[in-house]
Ligand binder design. Structure first.
Ligand code: LLP
Length: 421
């Protein structure tokens, strides 16, 4: 459930009409609903009631500091994958003991930064990385809490570019080698083994792959305990899918996911960590865009928007579907037209949808891409020298710009011309 609904014919974010935001801030613009973000966090927290747990929001999905503060103040931890995300989480006031550090390529500088600032755990992904952290921590006279991410070789049955749990991906260590790698971790100075980590992919629409992976992890925890390791935490990663269309999709409910967690790893008495990103942020954001032109093509009509692939990359990158709806509610039974919905960027891949049914649209009309809260603004860039898209947070009947659109002067000022030119 989200808080983007038509009221009196206008699409609202909570109590604020989106056209009002478009008029005040300009388009294109991302708009997030605080109530939706908090609701999704709560649903996940409640799904895990009955076992000690920490829901760590995957910052990569939506990294705006205001959003991180909102979620952090509601008790969320953070799953981060870079020094930049660490800095953002801390700037949002999230304490180090609620931050887990994931990712295959943590640098020594990033490790040092997290150890100095405070960190709950590092989720290690390889032996070279383990050696590096040992060196860095021991050199600082610190002890780094670590889990090791195992690759359970389970097919997540999702888009190939966001599937991470099979052996041909770069993620984690093969689960068959876990005993060896844990023994090495236990022997290295500066490391303290605290748990096991797994993450098999994103936008999972069935529970089966989770069940297969978590069962393997449960067996591994028992084996590791027999080998003398203290396994107090299990990090189960993120990945629970969300509905991207209003009608025909029904991904598993967080409640059923929670029951599965209880069933597969609950008996181990570990603290459970999860790292949802999309589940919390996906349907808590929309991208509002204006129609520039309605262009008649050869046997098709192009709706040219002021949002481009640089603002919302998912359709170009994953052929992802986003519902596109007009901000002005169409009359019931109103005629529909078929549009190829495209952006202004000079690439054919700058296509959001083909043959999409929409009410007849005219220049200046406003539309919203739904389900754009996760992996939207964070993946945006300035290709074609298009300013980085602004972000707005709505709570109740008020809204605030939480990232302003840069001016051309600000964009140009980031470059510098060497003296010899
Ligand atoms: N934990 C780890 C270690 C991850 O790699 C990810 C996502 C998550 C948690 C959060 O997964 P989620 O709950 O959001 O599914 N850009 C792609 C998605 C990439 C996901 C990468 N890792 C997209 O737009 O679909």
């Amino acid at each position: 459930m989200d808080h983007f609904l038509y009221k009196a014919g206008r699409l609202h974010a909570e109590e604020v009409p989106l056209d009002e935001i478009a008029a005040a801030v300009g388009t294109p613009v991302y708009v997030y609903s605080a109530a939706t973000l908090l609701r999704h966090l709560k649903v996940m927290q409640e799904a895990l009631t009955g076992q000690p747990h920490l829901v760590c929001f995957a910052v990569k999905a939506l990294g705006n500091v205001a959003v991180l503060k909102l979620l952090g103040d509601a008790g969320a931890g953070m799953d981060i994958v870079s020094g930049g995300e660490y800095a953002r989480a801390r700037a949002a006031g999230v304490p180090g003991e609620r931050i887990v550090f994931s990712g295959v390529g943590k640098t020594r500088d990033e490790m040092r930064m997290a150890l100095e600032g405070g960190i709950r755990q590092f989720n290690l992904e390889s032996e070279p990385e383990m050696e590096a952290l040992s060196e860095v921590a021991a050199g600082m006279g610190a002890v780094a809490p670590v889990t090791i991410r195992v690759n359970p070789d389970v097919d997540a049955k999702t888009h190939a570019k966001i599937s991470t749990g099979t052996s041909e991906t770069k993620f984690g260590i093969p689960i068959a080698r876990a005993s060896q790698v844990y023994a090495r971790a236990a022997a290295l100075p500066g490391l303290r083994v605290v748990g096991v980590d797994v993450h098999i992919g994103s936008q999972l629409t069935e529970l089966g792959p989770f069940e297969a992976a978590f069962s393997k992890v449960a067996a591994l925890v028992e084996a590791l305990r027999e080998q003398g390791h203290e396994i107090a935490r299990i990090d189960l990663g993120g990945g629970l899918g969300i509905p991207y269309t209003r009608s025909n999709e029904a991904p598993p409910l967080p409640f059923d996911y929670g029951a599965l967690v209880q069933r597969t790893v609950g008996h181990l008495g570990c603290e459970i960590e999860v790292e949802p990103g999309r589940l919390i942020a996906g349907n808590a954001g929309v991208l509002v865009s204006r129609v520039i032109y309605d262009k008649a093509g050869e046997g098709r009509d192009f709706l040219i928007l002021d949002a481009g692939m640089n603002d919302l990359l998912r359709p170009a990158m994953y052929d992802a579907h986003h519902d596109i709806v007009p901000l002005a509610e169409p009359a019931p039974g109103a005629e529909a037209r078929s549009y190829d919905v495209v952006g202004p960027v000079c690439e054919t891949g700058d296509t959001f949808a083909r043959a999409r049914a929409l009410p007849p649209m005219a220049e200046g009309d406003l539309v919203a891409f739904r389900s754009a809260g996760a992996y939207g603004a964070v993946m945006a860039g300035e290709y074609n020298a298009r300013p980085l898209i602004p972000e707005v947070l709505v709570q109740g009947n008020h809204f605030a710009v939480i990232r302003a659109r840069p001016t051309y002067e600000e964009m140009i000022a980031r470059d510098s011309i060497p003296a010899w030119l």
